[in-house]
Write a protein that binds this ligand. Structure first.
Ligand SMILES: [Fe+2]
Ligand SMILES: [Fe+2]
Length: 175
């Protein structure tokens, strides 16, 4: 086994944290879908998929490193929100918590001189910057629009996703 028992169980915890984030984003997406805010719903369903990918990235790493995968119990996500800003703020706080958890994993890797895990974690460190910054931005857009003008947020997200889809397609053409 390439990693310590302690690192193995810390990564198992993180698998739970990422699946937990995924469930929370499904709950937020469903809330927006109920409100008829389809772009916000689609955005959070997509975030939920990404969090599942994060969990799977850790699972695959544990297998590669010869560790044991033991997924912890996952708390049920919050299902009710006062308003859109409340739901997006919860998501932002979640991203900040996850950033903290990733930092703690990096600390442990450094303490154990575990360069292999530290190297794997650098992808997550970079990802968290992106996740926190985009969620922070979305919260600002939601707050600026206000609850009665969430249609502006829907337009914003529709344009953002169209742009991302175009960029992905262009990158594929080039490769
Ligand atoms: Fe994540
Ligand atoms: Fe995330």
């Amino acid at each position: 086994m390439l990693i310590s028992k302690k690192m193995n169980s810390a990564i198992n915890q993180q698998v739970g944290n990422e699946f937990g984030a995924s469930l929370q984003y499904v709950a937020i997406a469903a809330h927006f879908a109920n409100e008829g805010l389809t772009a916000l719903a689609a955005h959070f369903y997509e975030q939920a998929e990404e969090e599942r990918d994060h969990a799977m990235r850790f699972v695959r790493y544990l297998v590669d490193a010869g560790g044991r995968v033991e997924i912890p119990a996952i708390a049920s996500p919050r299902a009710t929100f006062k308003n859109a800003a409340d739901a997006v703020r919860l998501a932002l706080n979640h991203e900040l918590t996850v950033t903290n958890q990733i930092n703690q994993l990096v600390e442990l890797a450094i303490k154990e001189s575990d360069h292999i895990t530290n190297n794997m974690l650098s992808w997550f460190v970079k990802e968290q910057l992106e996740e926190v910054s985009s969620m922070d931005n979305l919260l600002k857009v939601v707050q600026r629009a206000g609850e009665s003008n969430l249609i502006h947020v829907e337009d914003y997200l529709t344009r953002l996703h169209a742009k991302t889809a175009r960029m992905v397609a262009e990158a594929k053409d080039e490769s």
